[in-house]
Design a protein around this ligand. Structure first.
Ligand code: ZN
Length: 189
C-alpha cells in the first residue's frame, strides 16, 4: 500500500483487534471472544501484529480495546455497504474520542516519521488514537474502498485489501479455500 510503514502497521493492528475482540462469525463458525487473561493475550497479539514490541496488555486494557474494536468494526461495515458518509462520521467520532494527535518521532535508528498519540501515554488510549488515525488516512485516500468484510459463508472477519487490483474477497486463505471446496462439491453434485 502507499501509506507510510507506521500507517500500514496501525491499520494492521486495527484489523487484528476487530477480528480477535469482536463477536460474530469466523471461518464458518460462531465466534465469541474469551474474557479475562485470554482476552488480554489476544489483544497483546493483535498489537504485536503491527510489528511493535509492546508490553503485555492487562485484562482491563483488553476490555477497553474491545470497545474500540466494536467501533472500528462499524467503519468496515459502513464502507462495504457503500455508506461512506457514515464511515467518515464514525472515524471522526473516534478521532475526537481518542484525542488523537500527530507527532514526529524518531527511534530505533529510523528516520523521523509521523506517529499518532492519545492525550495520555496510556497504552489503550495510544493504540486507539493510532488505529483511529490509520483508518482516517485510509478513508481519506483513493484506497478508501479497500476496507473489506469477508464474503465467505458464516464469516464476518474484516481485512484491508492490499492486493494490486483490489479484488480481495476473503479474510484469510482458510475462508478462500472453504469457498472453493464448496463450489467444487456443488459442481460435482
Ligand atoms: Zn472469512
Amino acid at each position: 500500500m502507499n501509506f507510510s510503514s507506521h500507517i500500514d502497521a496501525v491499520v494492521t493492528v486495527a484489523v487484528e483487534l476487530v477480528n480477535s475482540l469482536t463477536p460474530g462469525e469466523a471461518h464458518g463458525r460462531e465466534y465469541v471472544p474469551p474474557d479475562g487473561k485470554e482476552l488480554a493475550a489476544l489483544a497483546t497479539g493483535a498489537l504485536r501484529a503491527g510489528r511493535t514490541d509492546t508490553r503485555n496488555v492487562s485484562p482491563a486494557e483488553a476490555a477497553e480495546l474491545g470497545d474500540l474494536a466494536w467501533a472500528m468494526r462499524l467503519v468496515f461495515i459502513d464502507v462495504v455497504a457503500g455508506r461512506l458518509d457514515e464511515a467518515a462520521g464514525q472515524v471522526n467520532e473516534l478521532l475526537a474520542r481518542t484525542g488523537a494527535r500527530p507527532q514526529l518521532d524518531r527511534h530505533d535508528g529510523e528516520p523521523w516519521h509521523l506517529h499518532f498519540h492519545g492525550p495520555t501515554d496510556a497504552l489503550a488510549t495510544g493504540w486507539a488514537a493510532g488505529c483511529a488515525t490509520g483508518l482516517a488516512v485510509v478513508l481519506g485516500s483513493e484506497l478508501h474502498g479497500r476496507l473489506g468484510v469477508c464474503t465467505a459463508d458464516r464469516c464476518d472477519r474484516v481485512f484491508v485489501d492490499t492486493s494490486k487490483n483490489g479484488t480481495r474477497r476473503f479474510c484469510s486463505t482458510a475462508c478462500r479455500n472453504r469457498v472453493k471446496a464448496t463450489a467444487f462439491r456443488a459442481r460435482r453434485a
